[in-house]
Ligand binder design. Structure first.
Ligand code: NDP
Length: 403
């Protein structure tokens, strides 16, 4: 159905490109471009060995708009899938507008010198995409991404309104590392150490980072501590579903992760401003990223499951009063590794990136403009989750969450 250009060749791209190659009826030609072309070659080699599909590889600096425009034109791509870092989002959207290409990403734009997760920079592109007849899909990973599609599916099929929503992200994966993040360490630590915020009664309620802890019994995993955090879909969900009274995001962390993150923060290793080191300017968090394990490399040694989902409460469609539903996916690290050579966090992000891309190329999500996932029809996306390795379940709970 269409040609795709994937930008970025990290852990998420590894999973996404394998799944794209597994769907040749939708993705007719694949080009993979990134800063370090050797990483593109490694992904292309793995795809060729597993599925016999050829992928073109190119070196690209995604901050260079002219270079990206030329590449889009050369490849004839109808869709650019941005799996690089949030810092590249606006440059890649500019390139898509210039070259006449649709756009999709998995994380909202963030300025490099400020850990600020807000959509307004990307929402400002709405008119330009609309005028050019192009579609931009924001946040097509799991969270953000599937968590928003889950909310829309509940609103389409189970609940007339959503009064409160909690998004719960558990990673029960274990490996032999003393400290490792499950996606890009720099982006992960910026997110985790930022002030926690949730939406309640029309305003953002701040909480100091990693201080609000609750134990929850996760399906497929068991009891784990989860912490209140800010996450970007809280902004888009509370904007697009204005009836939401309370929206919160929770993520599990083990005690060892929290201790390491706090120590690294206390000694200044997570600073994002430049410091002079022996006459050379360095950014401590970028140096730290160099030292930490590459999450993509941990795929073979990670065991256990991840479980991500939404608990939503609102008025039932059948007129039976207020109901609460829990909708979630359970994903096994070792099964992901067997299928595509990825760990579950890369897989749960890469598969929805492929499915979002498929929605655009199938013509289901091709309305001109800039869209968050909860604004789009969920049904085919939900069917594809079941068919493409991320099956979901929905169950009714006795009542709203008590935490
Ligand atoms: P990685 O660090 O593993 O990969 C990022 C890739 O982008 C690397 O190949 C890197 O190149 C490339 N890159 C960085 N800068 C440039 C540039 N200027 N030009 C071209 N390529 C560049 O990250 P992950 O795969 O872990 O994460 C990818 C994205 O997915 C991130 O934005 C992350 O926030 C998002 N994400 C979203 C989730 C969701 O559920 N929505 C969950 C997890 C992640 P190089 O190899 O040279 O460094």
């Amino acid at each position: 159905m269409g040609k795709v250009l994937v930008v970025g060749a990290g852990g998420v791209a590894h999973a996404a490109v394998h799944k794209i190659a597994m769907n040749p009826d939708i993705f007719t030609e694949i080009t993979l471009a990134s800063r370090t072309v050797a990483k593109c070659h490694a992904i292309a080699k793995s795809v060729k060995e597993r599925f016999g599909v050829e992928i073109a590889t190119v070196e690209l600096d995604a901050m260079d708009v002219v270079q990206t425009v030329d590449l889009i034109r050369e490849t004839g791509a109808e869709l650019l899938v941005n799996l690089a870092l949030p810092y590249q989002d606006l440059r890649l959207m500019d390139a898509c507008l210039e070259a006449g290409c649709n756009y999709l990403d998995t994380a909202n734009y963030e300025p490099e010198d400020e850990a600020k997760f807000e959509y307004h920079w990307q929402w400002a592109y709405q008119e330009r995409f609309e005028e050019q007849g192009l579609t931009a899909i924001l946040g097509s990973g799991f969270d953000p991404g599937v968590t928003s599609v889950f909310a829309t599916w509940l609103k389409k099929h189970k609940l007339d309104t959503i009064r409160q929503i909690d998004i719960l992200d558990a990673n029960g994966g274990q490996n032999d590392q003393a400290f490792a993040t499950n996606f890009n360490p720099e982006i992960n630590l910026r997110e985790v150490l930022a002030e926690a915020r949730h939406w309640e009664n029309g305003a953002w309620q701040p909480t100091p980072p990693m201080t609000r802890k609750v134990e929850f019994d996760f399906p497929g995993i068991g009891p784990k501590n989860m912490y209140l955090m800010y996450h970007e879909e809280l902004e888009s969900l509370s904007t697009h579903f204005p009836e939401i009274e309370r929206a919160r995001f929770w993520m599990t962390f083990g005690d060892a992760y929290i201790t390491h993150a706090k120590v690294l923060e206390n000694v200044g290793m997570t600073r994002i401003d430049p410091v002079m080191h022996q006459g050379v300017e360095i950014i401590p968090i970028q140096f730290l990223k160099t030292l930490l394990p590459d999450p993509g490399d941990l795929a073979g040694e990670t065991k256990g499951k991840a479980c991500i989902g939404d608990i939503a409460t609102g008025e039932a469609k059948d007129g039976s009063g207020e109901k609460t539903f829990y909708i979630y996916n359970i994903c096994d690290h070792e099964e992901c590794f067997r299928e595509v050579g990825s760990q579950a966090v890369s897989y749960t992000t890469g598969v929805p990136a492929m499915i979002g891309a498929a929605q655009v190329l199938k013509g289901i999500w091709n309305s001109p403009g800039v869209w968050n996932m909860e604004q789009l029809d969920p049904d085919d996306f939900m069917d594809m989750l079941n068919a493409q390795g991320l099956p979901w379940q929905v169950e009714e709970l006795d009542g709203p969450v008590a935490f």
